[in-house]
Design a protein around this ligand. Structure first.
Ligand SMILES: Nc1nc2c(ncn2[C@@H]2O[C@H](COP(=O)(O)OP(=O)(O)O[C@H]3O[C@H](CO)[C@@H](O)[C@H](O)[C@@H]3O)[C@@H](O)[C@H]2O)c(=O)[nH]1
Ligand SMILES: [Mg+2]
Length: 193
C-alpha cells in the first residue's frame, strides 16, 4: 500500500513564489484508527541539495567553510556559520553538482567522491532532501582559493581543521549546522577510527 491511499489533498494555495514557492496546503489524513482528519500545513518547496566533507586521513584533517547565513542571524546567531560545503542541485546530478560546488567554495578539485546517505533536514516544513558525500583530499588538489561566487552574494572562508578539533567544536557549540555535524560524526565513526 502506498501512503497516498491515506492522503487526500484538498487545496494548495501559493503564498509566495518569488524565488522558491511557499504554499498553504489543506489535506485530509487517514489516521491509524481509520478516521479522516483535516489538516493545514505551510510547505516551503526547496530543490534538493548536496553537501560534502573533504578529509585527509594521514593528516587527520577536514575542510569546512564559514559564511554569513541570514536565517541563523535572524534567530540570534551572532557570527558566521561554520558548515560543510553545500549547494542546490540546479537540475544536475548530486555527484556532478557537489564536485563543482566543492571546488567553487573550497578551491579543492576532488578525485573520487563517495555518497554516504540522504536526509530530509526539516521534513515538517521543507521539501528539500540533502545528499551527503565525503571525499579524500590532499594539498595538491587545491587549484584555487574557493570563496564562492561573489556575484551570487557568496563570501566564503575556507577552514582546514584537525578532525578532533572539529568534533570538539560541536561539543562547545561553535559548530551548530546540522549537515556539518552529521558529516563530522560520520567521519568519526567510519573514517578516522
Ligand atoms: N535572490 C535570491 N537568491 C537566492 C535565494 N536562495 C538562494 N539564492 C541564491 O542561490 C545561491 C545558493 O547557493 P548554493 O551554494 O547553491 O546553496 P547554499 O546556500 O549553500 O544552500 C545549501 O545549504 C544551505 C544551508 O545548509 C541549505 O539551507 C540549502 O537548502 C542548501 O542545502 C545563493 O548564493 C544565492 O545566490 C533567494 O531566496 N533569493
Ligand atoms: Mg553553498
Amino acid at each position: 500500500m502506498s501512503i497516498s491511499d491515506r492522503v487526500r489533498t484538498k487545496n494548495e494555495r501559493v503564498l509566495s513564489d518569488d524565488y522558491h514557492v511557499l504554499e498553504s496546503v489543506t489535506f485530509e489524513y487517514r489516521r491509524s484508527n481509520g478516521e479522516w482528519q483535516p489538516q493545514t500545513r505551510e510547505i516551503f518547496y526547496r530543490d534538493d541539495a548536496a553537501t560534502l566533507l573533504p578529509y585527509n586521513l594521514a593528516g587527520r584533517t577536514v575542510v569546512l567553510v564559514r559564511q554569513f547565513r541570514y536565517p541563523a542571524y535572524a534567530n540570534g546567531y551572532d557570527d558566521l556559520l561554520i558548515e560543510a560545503a553545500a549547494g542546490l542541485l540546479d537540475d544536475a546530478s548530486p555527484e556532478e553538482r557537489i564536485r563543482a560546488e566543492a571546488e567553487e567554495e573550497t578551491g579543492y578539485r576532488l578525485g573520487e567522491v563517495r555518497k554516504v546517505f540522504e536526509a530530509f533536514m526539516s521534513p515538517g516544513a521543507v521539501t528539500e532532501k540533502l545528499h551527503f558525500f565525503v571525499a579524500e583530499y590532499e594539498a595538491a588538489m587545491r587549484v584555487g582559493d574557493g570563496g564562492g561566487l561573489a556575484d551570487e552574494g557568496e563570501d566564503i572562508e575556507v577552514l582546514e581543521l584537525p578532525i578532533d578539533q572539529a568534533l570538539a567544536m560541536i561539543s562547545d557549540g561553535r559548530i551548530v549546522d546540522a549537515k556539518t555535524i552529521m558529516l563530522l560524526q560520520y567521519a568519526a565513526l567510519h573514517i578516522f577510527r
